[in-house]
Design a protein around this ligand. Sequence first.
Ligand code: PHE
Length: 345
Amino acid sequence: MLQDKITQYTEEINAFSTEKADELEQFRIKFLGTKGIIKDIFDEFKAVSPEEKRTLGKVLNEFKQLAEAKYQFLKENNVAEESVKVADADLTLPGEGFEIGARHPLALVRREIIEIFNKLGFVVAEGPEIEDDWHNFSALNFPEEHPARDMQDTFFIKKGGEKGDIALRTHTSSVQVRMMEAGQPPFRAIMPGRVYRNEAISARAHCFFHQVEGLYLDENVSFADLKQTLFYFVQELYGEGTKVRFRPSYFPFTEPSAEMDISCTICKGDGCNMCKYSGWVEILGCGMVDPNVLENCNIDSKKYSGFAFGMGIERIANLKFEIKDLRLFSENDVRFLKQYKTSLI
Ligand code: PHE
């Protein structure tokens, strides 16, 4: 009987479910195909008596709609194309590794510098990037008319104020002043941070860069302590056997002052482009803290002495990685940044 067949197939359709596209296709062919069950039933229907047609017609249409609805539902909701692919895939193939990020080369170098000084008992100190004239210049013994205060070097933000003009700090020596103002020696600290100078951007100069400065203040600190500390630092950073030399220099906040060169890390002193064939490259400025600076910060310059130094992280990174163009550091080009993934992590 047609009615029985419909009842039986209705149950089958209701019970049917699959997540596999090929099984769903089988279902479609079986019920909805051109030679499928629904076609057969409709053919049989033509032969039934007129009375039966009246009752069965509706049942039959509902049955057909059920089959179509079930098919649509499964197609849209249950059968994920992917699941078919996964089932068919070669599971022995290697996975699709996902990329982990890389540390920025400047972050790598900064961290290495910090770690070396940590071993010597230096802590990390931080301060604001927006500074007043006092902390960036005056307390550091810069005379009023010193060219470094000039608009060409400093990004001034605001005129006046209790502690002078407001500007973007030009070095992290300002953090040393803040530290000295806040307490009394002994101090043993390094100050990493971003600094700003009003320079046209080129391969060799940028309007901002990064520094690590350091301060060591205690009783009886001498230039010999400065030399030994920086010598140790260089051996740790660039390897044993790296030579250092000090050249007299001038900074308003240190006396005596020096610039420190190291034997070229690229050619080991034989002469190359990096060291301009001199065998030496300059890496930092340093000196004994000027007594005026100590007095400006209410520290007894008769009792205490100490040394300070400052270096550019970009310069150190350049000597480590031979990065010729400073602009690369701030362009965020993934092809550049990717290269430092495995170094120094
Ligand atoms: N502050 C100096 C600069 O930015 C570096 C320096 C720090 C030199 C401490 C000597 C002592 O160039």
